[in-house]
Design a protein around this ligand. Structure first.
Ligand SMILES: Nc1ncnc2c1ncn2[C@@H]1O[C@H](COP(=O)(O)OP(=O)(O)O)[C@@H](O)[C@H]1O
Ligand SMILES: [Mg+2]
Length: 334
C-alpha cells in the first residue's frame, strides 16, 4: 500500500458512480478505478446491475461472484472487480447471520430468495450495498484496509437516493435484529465523509436535468455528493467569434467559397455547393456549442466540482479507458 496522493478526493474510500443510463456510468466508474489505482494502489470496482458491463469493458469473460484482478493501472496498482449477484449476497448474508448455508440453498430452491428480493427491493439493495461497504471496511491481518478505494458502478440517477438510503428502505421491514443492525452498519459507511456520490452526465438537456434532480434528492436524503463527470465532451472546432457569427446565422458561405477555391479543394458550382453544406454544418455546430454552454451553466448551479472527459472518437476500447483514466488524474480527480 502506498500513501494517498493529494487529489480532490483524497479522503474518499467509496466512490459511488451514478448517472442517467447510457451516459457512460460504467465507463467512467472503470476509468476512475484505474485512475485511483495508479501508482501502486489497490482498488475494487463493483457492479450491481447484473449486466456484466465490467467484464465487457475490460474484454474479459463474465465475472463470477468473486473479487478478481481485472487490470493493472498506470505505473503499477491493481484494479479488482466484483459483479454482485443479489441472490448469492442473500445466501451469504443468511450464512453470516444465522449460520444456515444449507438452509439458504433450500430457500433458493423454494423461491423464497426471489420472493424476498422482489417483495422487498429495499432488502435486495441493502444486501448489495452491504457487500460493497464490507469491502470498504475490510482490513488485512496488519490492520490496514485491503482496498485503498472502492468504486461502485451504481444504479441510475433516478434510483440512487433510494438505493443508498438503506435504513429508510428497510425500516418497515426490520425494526430489530440482524437486518436492522446490518443496514445501520451500511448506512454508517454510506453517509460518512469516506463516501462520495459522483454523477455522470452529457451536455444535453435530459441528462443534465436528471443530474440536477439527482443531486437534489441525494442532498435531501443526507447523502454525500461528490463531483460531476461531464462525459463525451467534444472540442469546439471553431473560435468563439466564428461560432457567435454562425449562431446569429450571419455566416457567409461566400467566404467559404473563396477559401475552398484558394485551397484548391473545389471550384465553380462545386465550390458553391460545398460551401453551402459546410455553412450549414457550421451553423449546426455553433448551435450545439451554444446549447452545451447553457447546460454547463445549469450544472454549475449545483455547486459541485466538475471534470470533463473527452468523447473518444473510436469508442471505448482498453486504450481509451486508460486515456480517460489519465484525464481523470491530470484534472486531480484521482
Ligand atoms: N468518453 C466516451 N467516448 C466515447 N464513447 C463513450 C464514452 N463514454 C462512454 N462511451 C460509450 O457509450 C456507451 C454507454 O456507455 P456505458 O458506460 O455503458 O454507459 P452506462 O453504464 O451509463 O449505461 C458505450 O458504448 C460506451 O463505450
Ligand atoms: Mg452501465
Amino acid at each position: 500500500m502506498v500513501e494517498s496522493p493529494d487529489t480532490d478526493w483524497t479522503d474518499v474510500r467509496l466512490h459511488v458512480v451514478t448517472g442517467k443510463g447510457g451516459t457512460g456510468k460504467t465507463t467512467v466508474a472503470a476509468a476512475l478505478a484505474l485512475a485511483l489505482a495508479a501508482g501502486g494502489r489497490k482498488v475494487l470496482l463493483v457492479e450491481v446491475e447484473g449486466r456484466q458491463g465490467i467484464a465487457q469493458i475490460f474484454d474479459l469473460p463474465p465475472l463470477p461472484y468473486e473479487e478478481r484482478k481485472v487490470a493493472v493501472a498506470p505505473s503499477g496498482g491493481d484494479v479488482y472487480a466484483l459483479a454482485v449477484d443479489p441472490e448469492e449476497a442473500m445466501l451469504e448474508y443468511i450464512e453470516m447471520f444465522y449460520g444456515m448455508r444449507r438452509a439458504g440453498r433450500a430457500l433458493t430452491k423454494m423461491g423464497i430468495v426471489d420472493f424476498a428480493t422482489t417483495v422487498a427491493p429495499g432488502f435486495r439493495d441493502v444486501l448489495v450495498t452491504g457487500k460493497t461497504t464490507e469491502a470498504v471496511r475490510r482490513r488485512g491481518k496488519n490492520g490496514r484496509r485491503i482496498y485503498d478505494a472502492v468504486v461502485l458502478d451504481a444504479p441510475p440517477t433516478g434510483r440512487i437516493a433510494r438505493f443508498l438510503n438503506v435504513t429508510q428502505e428497510v425500516a418497515g421491514l426490520a425494526k430489530v435484529g440482524p437486518i436492522k443492525n446490518h443496514s445501520e452498519l451500511v448506512n454508517g459507511v454510506v453517509k460518512s465523509r469516506e463516501t462520495a456520490v459522483h454523477l455522470v452526465t452529457l451536455l444535453e438537456e435530459m441528462p443534465v436535468q436528471e443530474t440536477l434532480d439527482g443531486i437534489g434528492e441525494l442532498r435531501s436524503a443526507g447523502l454525500p455528493t461528490g463531483c460531476i463527470f461531464i462525459n463525451m465532451v467534444r472540442d469546439s472546432l471553431l473560435p468563439q467569434a466564428a461560432l457567435d457569427t454562425a449562431v446569429k446565422a450571419r455566416f457567409d458561405p461566400g467566404e467559404l467559397v473563396l477559401g475552398l477555391k484558394a485551397a484548391g479543394v473545389a471550384d465553380g458550382a462545386q465550390a458553391v455547393a460545398m460551401a453551402e453544406a459546410l455553412a450549414e454544418e457550421v451553423a449546426e455546430h455553433a448551435h450545439r456549442t451554444e446549447l452545451e454552454r447553457a447546460e454547463r451553466e445549469s450544472l454549475a448551479g449545483a455547486g459541485l466540482k466538475s471534470y470533463d472527459l473527452p468523447l473518444l472518437a473510436d469508442g471505448v476500447d482498453l486504450a481509451g479507458l486508460y486515456e480517460l483514466a489519465e484525464s481523470i488524474r491530470t484534472q486531480g480527480a484521482a
